[in-house]
Unconditional design. Structure first.
Length: 571
């Protein structure tokens, strides 16, 4: 009797355990956000779990034959692969998965199937999971689009345009053809990007870009670079496919105002410069630079002037050569200076770190803008030497402040693409850190996507090595190029620096605001910190805090300062 009671109690306990486990699995399925279909082949038993009605409302599955009812819910192109997944056991596979789209709800669904077989190879059990991936799919589609196109105008972005233009140049060398390049600035929009007319100016740029898109056809490409600058390239111009024809249509179009969504009419004026391959330049980048220089000269001919490359461009080139000559002389004794710009926690305005910035005065004692001399230094290769000086001098200075003020800050240093690609860069950097007693974790290297262009794999491997040593990596000017978006998933970076262009437009332009919000949200999900550059107003700061931006940098809380002024801040 006792033995029988023991067996009854044991069975009751086992039954209770099974009931508890079933309840647990049911709860797990319910909170997973997915739907599950379980099939027991030996008993022809079918059971649905989780949020089934969210995916297949009014579809009742009682046995294996009812799986065919699910076909009607899928878009036509997905029916056959969907059927193969649902009946995976026919192919004797254990697991498989795929993506389909439901036609009524326009929902993207990830379908995953797992099948168990007995020793004879007969299917015994099958589980099918349905997961809603619509949000992720849409985000991936947006990123793919943003990799090549400008969101506001629909034109190619600058980096992808230059890649296509390089293809044009290589083709023209083989075919002995001409390429006409038109660089266009929408001048009046800049004047309207302040006060209550700011949105009107941004919308004007967008409408102008859509007008330029009408010129795109075979052998004609158009792009929006930034800050109201557009570019059109024409391969082998002839007939109606010439920059002269495009310029003529431009002049006619700007005679009439652009009508905005608000009903306001906006008059736009343009200035444009034309340069041709091979007359003006023999590479894509040089051709763009020549067209931009001519465009800037066109301003002297009037706001709507159009100018062609000619000897007058030599004035600009002469200035460039003068700067280049003085740069070479400055390199003999490194007669450069360092400024430092503070970075602050967005919420509490607590000092996060400082960014080292190189400054330079010409032989006449007049400061030369970094925007002017750095591109020249990068082009002639002297930026590698200048960058090397900046690295050692900024780390040396930082080490003095660290000892003097017991700092717990991050030192950020910009690294040029040539400097980054140089052999022995990592070893020299680690040696400098050791020399001055700075921990690798206290250093952040800011790199732009240009470091990835020549050899992506090698660049990423070097990043990984630097990061393994504890050095932080920040991707600078994020949001203005295409590589940063298309390669981001594979980059071992710590920080994304949101470009000033996005910060400027965060309150002025709806698309820019949406893009900035998406970048910050994406960065958080991927585990990156974010630093917004160019923060100049309290309103920008408030909005960035609302979006969850981690740190800010800009004139609002701190301009670039001399070492002496930074010391006053550190005391």
């Amino acid at each position: 009797m006792d033995e029988l009671r023991y067996q009854v109690d044991l069975l009751a306990a086992m039954n209770q355990k099974l009931t508890n486990e079933e309840r647990m699995y049911q709860m797990i399925c319910d909170v997973s956000g997915s739907a599950f279909l379980y099939i027991n082949f030996s008993e022809n038993q079918v059971r649905v779990l989780g949020d089934w009605n969210f995916f297949f409302q009014d579809v009742e599955v009682k046995d294996v034959k009812d799986l065919a009812k699910l076909y009607a819910k899928a878009e036509e192109k997905y029916v056959l692969p969907f059927r193969d997944l649902l009946f995976l056991e026919k192919s004797q596979r254990n697991t498989d998965g795929g993506i389909l789209r439901l036609k009524d709800e326009k929902m993207w669904v990830e379908c995953t199937v797992s099948v168990l077989y007995d020793e004879g190879g007969n299917a015994t059990d099958k589980v099918i999971r349905f997961k809603d991936i619509s949000k992720l799919k849409n985000q991936n589609d947006d990123l793919a689009y943003m990799a090549y196109y400008d969101m506001s105008t629909g034109l190619y972005n600058k980096n992808y345009f230059i890649r296509l233009l390089s293809d044009y140049v290589n083709r023209a060398k083989q075919e002995n053809a001409v390429i006409s390049l038109l660089s266009i600035a929408v001048s009046d929009c800049r004047k309207q990007k302040d006060g209550r007319n700011a949105v009107a100016g941004e919308e004007g740029v967008q409408q102008f870009g859509k007008f330029l898109s009408s010129f795109q056809k075979e052998n004609v490409i158009a792009a929006y670079f930034n800050r109201s600058i557009f570019c059109i390239a024409v391969y082998d111009p002839r007939g109606n496919r010439t920059v002269e024809n495009i310029c003529g249509q431009l002049k006619e179009r700007i005679k009439t105002p652009f009508e905005l969504a608000s009903g306001q009419k906006l008059m736009l004026a343009v200035r444009a410069g034309v340069a041709e391959y091979p007359e003006a330049a023999d590479t894509a980048l040089k051709l763009v630079q020549c067209a931009e220089i001519v465009m800037q000269q066109a301003e002297k001919d009037g706001l709507s002037g159009i100018r062609y490359f000619d000897t007058a461009v030599l004035d600009e080139l002469t200035r460039e050569l003068h700067i280049e000559k003085e740069l070479q002389e400055a390199l003999t004794d490194f007669s450069f200076d360092l400024n430092f710009q503070p970075q602050y926690d967005a919420k509490e305005q607590k000092l996060r770190g400082i960014e080292a910035l190189v400054r330079w005065k010409g032989q006449d004692g007049i400061p030369i803008s970094p925007l002017e001399f750095i591109p020249i230094a990068e082009k002639n290769g002297s930026m590698v030497s200048i960058g090397g000086w900046v690295v050692e001098e900024s780390i040396r200075t930082f080490s003095i402040w660290k000892k003097k003020y017991d700092l717990n800050l991050i030192l950020s240093i910009n690294i040029s693409s040539g400097q980054y690609r140089e052999d022995g860069f990592t070893e020299r950097l680690l040696g400098i850190l050791k020399k001055y007693g700075i921990n690798p974790e206290e250093l952040e290297l800011e790199v732009t996507e240009s470091v990835l262009f020549e050899d992506f794999r090698t660049a990423v491997e070097k990043m990984s090595v630097l990061k393994d040593y504890g050095i932080r990596i920040a991707l600078d000017d994020f949001g203005t190029g295409y590589s940063s978006l298309s390669y981001l998933k594979g980059l071992p970076v710590n920080t994304l620096k949101i470009d000033k262009e996005l910060t400027d437009g965060i309150l002025k332009d709806l698309n820019t605001g949406i893009m900035t919000e998406s970048v910050i949200a994406m960065a958080k999900k991927m585990g990156f910190e974010t630093i917004a550059e160019g923060v100049e107003t309290k309103e920008q700061l408030i909005r960035l805090k609302e979006l969850g931006c981690d740190y800010i940098q800009g004139y609002l809380l701190g301009r670039p300062m001399s070492g002496e002024d930074i010391e006053q801040l550190l005391k």
